[in-house]
Design a protein around this ligand. Structure first.
Ligand SMILES: Cc1ncc(COP(=O)(O)O)c(C=O)c1O
Length: 407
C-alpha cells in the first residue's frame, strides 16, 4: 500500500497492473518476499545479474571501496578502480579497442556512442538501424531504434533514420541490394545494431555471417558501426561478448547491464584509437563535451572489477556452458512443439515464440508467477536468461513449467 501511494513504476500501466511484489532479500538465483516466499529469477532481474543476487564477494568489494573513496568528479581527476576496469575490459575485448568512455546505464552508453559517431562523421549524416531494435529510452537511443508502440508519443520529436530488416539466420534472402542502396545514398554516417540477437524486440536471432559482411561494407564506405552489447555483453550469448563471434568487430561498443554483476548502474562506450584521436585538437570545442555527475563512480567501478573477477573464473565459464547445454537439450526435446513458432538458444538465453493467442503474455506471466518463477514475456515470446549460478535443479524446474504450456 505504501508503494502504491508514492511510487511511479517503469513500463507499468498503474491503472491496471497487479500490485508489485515486495522483495526484501536476494541470494543466488532467488529473490525473497517479506514472508520468505522464494522466487526463482529466470531473467536475471532485467538481464543485469550475472553471478547471483547479493553476491558476498561483490558486496564486500563495494563496502571496502565505499570506506576509501565514494566519489570524485571524473573531469580533471581519475582514480584506480576506473583505470583498472578500463584496462581489464579492453584486454577482454577483440583487439583494436583502446578507450573507454564511462556513463551511467545502457541508454547513456548508446547516447554517448551515437554522439561520438555523429560528431566524428560530420553534420547532416543519418543513422541506420534494424527494424525491431531497442537501444534505450533516452531521446537519441529511442529515435535511433525507430518508431514503435512504446515510443509513439515522442515520434514528432524524432530525427529521421534509415531502417532495414535484420538478417535472420538460415534465410539467405537478406536484401543486399536494399542495404547497398541505403549505404550508397551517401547520407548514412552511422549503423547501430544489437549483435547476434535483438533483446527487447523479441529475442530475435541474427546471422553473424551476414552481420559481419554488413560491417565490412560500412567500413569500406567510412560509415561508423556501433555494436549495442548492453544485453549481450559479459557472457550471455556463449562467448564473453557477442562481437567475439563476428569476423569484424564494430567501431564502437556499448556495454552496461551485467557490467557490475547487477549491483550498480554503469555504462561504458568503447572506441578505437583512431576515433578517439579524431577528437584531439587545440580547440576545446572539438572535444567530446558530454558527461554525467556519477561518471566512473569509484564504488560502481569497484563492483565492475569484482564482477569481472568472478566472470573470468573457470567456475563461471563452466556454469555458462552448463546452462547452454541444458537449454540445447530442452530445445532438442521440445523445440518442434506445435505450440511454438520457434525455439532458439544462444548461449545462456532460451527464447520460445508461441503461436499468437489472446492474452497469451498475461496467461504465461500468471502461470510462472503461481510457480514462483520470475519471467517477463515479450508479447508471445517467453525467454529465460537466469543468473549463471542457477542450479541444474532450478533449470529443470523452469523447463517443467514450460512443458506444461506446450502440452
Ligand atoms: C540492447 C539494449 N540497449 C540499451 C538498453 C538500455 O539500457 P538501460 O535500460 O540500462 O538504459 C537496453 C535495455 O534493455 C538494451 O537491451
Amino acid at each position: 500500500m505504501r508503494d502504491l501511494a508514492c511510487i511511479w513504476h517503469p513500463f507499468t500501466q498503474a491503472y491496471s497492473a497487479p500490485a508489485p511484489i515486495p522483495i526484501f532479500k536476494g541470494e543466488g538465483a532467488y529473490l525473497y518476499s517479506e514472508t520468505g516466499e522464494a522466487y526463482l529469477d529466470a531473467i536475471s532481474s532485467w538481464w543485469v545479474n550475472l553471478h547471483g543476487h547479493a553476491h558476498p564477494y561483490i558486496a564486500e568489494r563495494i563496502a571496502q571501496q565505499a570506506r576509501e573513496l565514494e566519489h570524485v568528479m571524473f573531469a580533471g581527476f581519475t582514480h584506480p578502480q576506473a583505470i583498472l576496469f578500463a584496462e581489464r575490459l579492453l584486454a577482454c575485448l577483440p583487439s583494436g579497442y583502446s578507450r573507454v568512455f564511462y556513463s551511467d546505464n545502457g541508454s547513456t552508453a548508446v547516447e554517448a556512442a551515437l554522439k561520438i559517431a555523429l560528431q566524428a562523421s560530420g553534420a547532416g549524416k543519418k543513422i541506420l538501424s534494424f527494424t525491431g531494435a531497442y537501444h534505450g529510452d533516452t531521446f537519441g537511443a529511442m529515435a535511433a531504434a525507430g518508431k514503435n508502440r512504446f515510443n509513439r508519443p515522442f515520434w514528432p520529436y524524432f530525427f529521421e533514420i534509415h531502417s532495414i530488416e535484420p538478417p535472420t539466420p538460415g534465410r539467405e534472402e537478406f536484401s543486399w541490394r536494399a542495404f547497398e542502396k541505403i549505404l550508397d545514398g551517401e547520407d548514412v554516417g552511422v549503423f547501430i545494431f544489437e549483435p547476434l540477437i535483438q533483446g527487447a524486440g523479441g529475442m530475435r536471432l541474427h546471422s553473424a555471417k551476414v552481420l559481419s559482411q554488413m560491417i565490412a561494407m560500412c567500413r569500406d564506405r567510412g560509415i561508423c558501426t556501433i555494436g549495442d552489447e548492453v544485453m549481450t555483453g559479459f557472457g550471455r550469448t556463449g562467448s564473453l561478448f557477442a562481437c567475439d563471434r563476428l569476423d569484424l568487430a564494430p567501431d564502437i561498443l556499448c556495454l552496461s547491464k551485467g557490467i557490475t554483476g547487477g549491483f550498480l548502474p554503469l555504462g561504458a562506450t568503447v572506441v578505437r584509437e583512431t576515433l578517439f584521436a579524431s577528437f584531439l585538437s587545440p580547440d576545446f570545442d572539438k572535444a567530446f563535451l558530454h558527461g554525467h555527475s556519477y561518471t566512473a563512480n569509484p564504488i560502481v567501478c569497484a563492483a565492475a572489477n569484482a564482477s569481472l573477477d568472478l566472470l573470468l573464473s573457470e567456475e563461471s565459464a563452466c556454469a555458462r556452458n552448463r546452462i547452454a547445454c541444458a537449454h540445447q537439450e530442452f530445445q532438442k526435446r521440445w523445440g518442434s512443439s506445435s505450440k511454438l513458432l520457434r525455439c532458439d538458444v544462444l548461449g545462456t538465453i532460451l527464447a520460445l515464440e508461441y503461436r499468437p493467442e489472446e492474452n497469451l503474455s498475461e496467461k504465461l506471466s500468471l502461470l510462472f508467477r503461481e510457480k514462483k518463477i520470475l519471467v517477463r514475456p515479450l508479447q508471445n515470446v517467453l525467454y529465460f536468461m537466469p543468473p549463471y549460478c542457477v542450479s541444474s535443479e532450478d533449470l529443470n524446474k523452469i523447463y517443467e513449467v514450460i512443458t506444461m504450456t506446450l502440452a
